[in-house]
Design a protein around this ligand. Structure first.
Ligand code: 0WF
Ligand code: ZN
Length: 539
């Protein structure tokens, strides 16, 4: 059987792995997991010699010892704490012990001895270092527990999720440099299709692509939007999307790009007014502003600042919308500043409707309304138009599976990462755990097959009833994704059964195969059909 040998380092230690070329992806991941001696919930990152993160998959290019990959375990299961010797819990314990010690000494001696003061400084500095590591900060490891009950500090997210000033400035300079360059006709056409691959573009480039959308839909000319104002607006939008796994600036771009694609594919320019299209595109751009990675259920159960402010009514969507208009309040960001007041009011009303429609709790109401008006749909009837605009932003918002698999699948990994993080925090805080976010209850394929069957397809099919050309562009890929995850679900079931049988057999023979050491191999029991790369603990 043909095999591949890969050379890599784990924590600086050289390792090599050998596996059959047709080995299932999950086995390759398991192999690397064993090599790193990582736990099931640890996150593995593999870097190529250029320093780029790459997928752990059977497609990895064979290499040599002198040009090897680098494997890192970047986060560990909180219960077992295998992240070296120092993690958030031990850090917190140290902090508490130091506080107690300091209090005791203060009572007895009247002042903090230098040695305790020095230790405090070291703990603080270590905490700061950990908090500044982006991929750890979103995990919510550094919650202020001093409040004693489950209510999180309203400012707790702010310390960890916001983009830094340096990061924003760097992207702004790059964006402004690039925005004067011509974007090729080929890219402009590609941008109009749902096959567009966001993963190939960095944030500054994405901002240029957003600018192209406003220009190519003639918004800049029709609504007299000055280039500097559009750039400033897009920069403020970029700045106010947080560094979280899913609801980030790239998600904002994907939703906007899908909306842009739908406008072109359905020839909406000939059916709706330009101002309606401007509302739709800008709503997509702004629809998740300042998302912190915790959904409405969490906001309400945890009684967060947002839930209190909006009386539990779509707290997130109300907030996204409020942030959008806060940005537009500044005249240098206001892309609508050259429009008369009545047009501004129309845009504001439209954007509010569209962004609030993205709250999934309104899903059935909006879809039912759309179904009821479909048999006699008129593009000129205001009520009909409003519902169509809501449907279009909803479709765009949850449309990842309408994209090619290599684009869509990493998005699902990101979403599960965000979901699992929320359910972990819910468990820590003693809040109700959102079932479809619980890493102990859902798997990647199980979460997706239900969603595609009961949410995506029924919604997309209704839109395709109005625009039959969409069948090919967005429904076919979603059906393909359903087949893919159904197969993956079956493969996982088989694997579970296999594993149980192997464990039983091993128990009765009392033999345990070892994977530790300098050379690891995929076991012969590797039998999964295909289980692709995931960065979160599969269950
Ligand atoms: C993982 C799955 C899911 N899958 C997606 O492709 C997707 C796109 N957006 N979203 C998605 N969720 C959500 C992000 C915020 C709102 C929508 N989720 C949905 C859930 C697990 O499972 C179901 C299944 C059936 C019905 C309702 C939820
Ligand atoms: Zn969204």
């Amino acid at each position: 059987m043909a095999t591949k040998i890969l050379y890599f380092t784990v924590n600086g230690k050289p390792e090599q792995a050998e596996f059959p070329v047709d080995c299932p992806a999950q086995d390759v991941k398991d192999l690397f997991r064993s090599a790193a001696e990582a736990g099931p919930h640890d996150i593995l990152k593999l870097y190529n010699p250029k320093g780029n993160i790459i997928n752990i998959s059977p497609g990895l290019e064979p290499n040599s010892p002198s040009c090897c990959y680098k494997l890192e375990v970047v986060a560990a299961d909180r219960n077992t704490e295998p992240l070296g010797t120092f993690t958030s819990t031990s850090l917190m314990m140290c902090d508490f012990r130091l506080q107690g010690l300091e209090k005791k000494i203060l009572m007895e001696a009247g002042e903090t001895p230098a040695v305790v003061y020095e230790m405090k400084k070291q703990v603080d500095s270590f905490r700061e270092k950990l908090e500044s590591v982006e991929h750890l900060s979103w995990l919510g490891l550094f919650k202020d527990l001093s409040e004693g009950n489950h209510k999180p500090s309203p400012f707790y997210h702010k310390r960890t999720l916001r983009k830094t000033r340096e990061e924003c400035e760097h992207v702004r300079v790059k964006f402004l440099q690039m925005s004067s360059l011509e974007v090729s006709e080929e890219v402009r056409q590609y941008l109009k299709t749902p096959t567009f691959d966001n993963w190939q573009w960095e944030d500054a480039e994405i901002m240029v692509l957003l600018q192209v959308m406003y220009t190519d839909l003639d918004f800049t000319a029709t609504f007299n939007i000055e280039p500097e104002v559009l750039q400033q607006f897009l920069y403020e939008v970029y700045r106010r999307y947080n560094n979280i796994p899913f609801h980030n600036f790239k998600h904002c771009f994907c939703v906007t790009q899908m909306m842009y694609g739908l406008i072109w594919l359905t020839d909406l320019r000939s059916k709706l007014d330009a101002i309606d299209l401007l509302i739709m595109l800008t709503s997509a751009v702004c629809h998740d502003l300042d998302h912190t990675g915790y959904n409405n259920a969490y906001q309400i159960n945890a009684r967060t600042e947002l839930a209190l402010r909006y009386n539990d009514i779509s707290p997130l969507e109300n907030h996204h919308c409020a942030v959008a208009f806060e940005i537009l309040e500044k005249t240098e960001n206001n892309i609508f500043r050259n429009l008369p007041m009545d047009k501004y009011k129309q845009i504001r009303e439209g954007i509010i409707k569209c962004i609030l429609a993205t709250d999934m709790t309104s899903h059935n109401d909006i879809l039912s309304k759309f179904k009821s008006i479909l048999p006699a749909f008129h593009f000129t009837t205001k009520d009909h138009k409003d519902v169509l605009m809501m449907i279009l932003i909803k479709v765009s918002d949850i449309s990842n599976e309408a994209r090619p698999m290599e684009v869509a699948e990493p998005w699902l990994d990101c979403l599960l990462q965000e979901f699992y993080n929320q359910s972990d925090v819910e468990k820590m805080e003693g809040l109700p755990v959102t079932p479809f976010m619980d890493r102990d209850k859902v798997t990647k394929p199980s979460s997706q097959t239900g969603f595609i069957r009961f949410v995506l397809l029924p919604l997309f099919i209704e839109l395709a009833n109005l625009f039959p050309c969409l069948e090919h562009h967005i429904i076919d890929p979603v059906r393909k994704a359903l087949d893919y995850y159904t197969e993956m679900e079956k493969a996982l079931e088989r694997e579970k059964l296999n594993r149980a049988q192997c464990e039983n057999a091993a128990k009765s023979k009392d033999t345990t195969p070892s994977t530790a050491g300098g050379h690891v191999e995929a076991g012969p029991e590797a039998s999964r059909a295909h289980t692709p790369q995931t960065v979160v603990g599969d269950t």
